[in-house]
Design a protein. Structure first.
Length: 339
């Protein structure tokens, strides 16, 4: 099979390698599409300490079952269209048994610690397979995993009808969070961003958007709440410069939800946060319920989640696709088309 192999030193090779051999309770998936995530970029640039290189990355996988081992009480068969839950856990600790497997100490990912979907085939545990409805095309279903991230963040925020929310960052995750927040009952959903192309996309999706690079950005943002501050702020940038803005732009008792992946520890004013009695909530991946809900949203909602996808690129062009993702001026969500 054809696969993209990353060596962890800002390199990628397209090679042929044998089909994976499946074991007990595993399935062989013919990959149709796989999304490129920011964590894949850290693998590409050699800056992801969790990645076991050489590695086939890719954890946002949709495809078709071509081979499956016998599984007790299994309801999957060859030919089924599926999405892959990429999280792998111990399955037996207290957290796993209480539906919080995403917090398991043994958590690791298909496509980070084990080979993933930047290949024509990938093997995965049958327990990590989710059926896709017949009416949901693969081109849209490839958003199941990142949409689950957004849904999980919204659940943690405990959105109430009428809330005023600010989304910091209009990248793929930020816009998915914005769409989920609007679906969840927020009265206002405002987006802040610095990239002109992303600002344009956010506005075309119906969101009031403020250029965060302007000197008066905070003043403009607060004007949407008549100076009161936002009930909810979702940090979807992952940059230290945003942290104290969270405190400034949130009202007293606001919920500040960290969704972005910070590469370095930020410094922020805990006293000022205490003075407002704000609540800082950290979001990490998603639960199984979030993953299932993402499939439901994509198949049943009229919300145009697929508009965050800017490019479909062939597997042979994996290097060019990674470079494209690194340039926010040229792209949003980039997806590899494997079939």
């Amino acid at each position: 099979m054809k696969a993209a192999i990353f060596d962890g030193q800002c390199g990628v090779q397209i090679i042929d390698r044998p089909l994976p051999e499946i074991g007990m309770a595993e399935a062989l998936i013919k990959v149709k599409y796989v999304g490129i995530c920011g964590s894949d970029i850290t693998i590409y640039t050699g800056k992801n300490p969790r990645a076991k290189v050489p590695l086939i990355p890719g954890h946002e996988i949709v495809g078709e079952i071509v081979k499956i081992s016998e599984v007790k009480d299994g309801n999957f068969k060859v030919g089924d269209r599926i999405a892959v839950l990429p999280t792998l856990t111990c399955g037996s600790c207290e957290l796993c048994n209480n539906g919080k497997r995403h917090l398991c100490k043994s958590l690791h990912f298909i496509g980070i610690q084990t080979d993933g979907g930047y290949a024509e085939h990938v093997k995965v545990p049958v327990s990590n397979l989710y059926h896709l409805p017949d009416g949901l095309p693969f081109e849209k279903a490839v958003l199941v995993e990142p949409l689950a991230v957004a849904i999980h963040a919204a659940r943690l925020a405990k959105i109430e009808v009428g809330d005023e929310a600010l989304i910091m960052g209009a990248g793929p995750i930020g816009l998915l969070v914005a769409m989920v927040a609007r679906l969840s009952g927020c009265f206002k959903v405002i987006v802040s961003e610095v990239s002109p192309s992303r600002i344009k996309l956010a506005r075309s999706l119906g969101f009031e958007t403020v250029d965060a690079s302007g000197e008066d950005a905070s003043e403009k943002l607060l004007s949407y709440t008549n100076g009161r501050g936002f009930d909810l702020i979702f940090e979807c940038v992952g940059h230290p410069s945003t942290v104290n803005q969270l405190i400034e732009l949130g009202r007293p008792e606001a919920q500040l939800i960290v969704v972005g992946a910070f590469k370095e520890p930020p410094a922020f004013d805990l006293f000022r946060m205490s003075r407002k009695e704000q609540r800082l909530v950290a979001a990490w991946t998603y639960t199984k319920d979030d993953f299932s809900t993402a499939i439901k949203y994509l198949s049943e909602s009229d919300t145009p989640f697929e508009r965050v996808i800017s490019h479909f690129i062939a597997l042979d062009q994996a290097r060019q696709a990674m470079e494209m993702v690194m340039n926010a001026k040229e792209s949003m969500k980039v997806v590899l088309k494997i079939d």
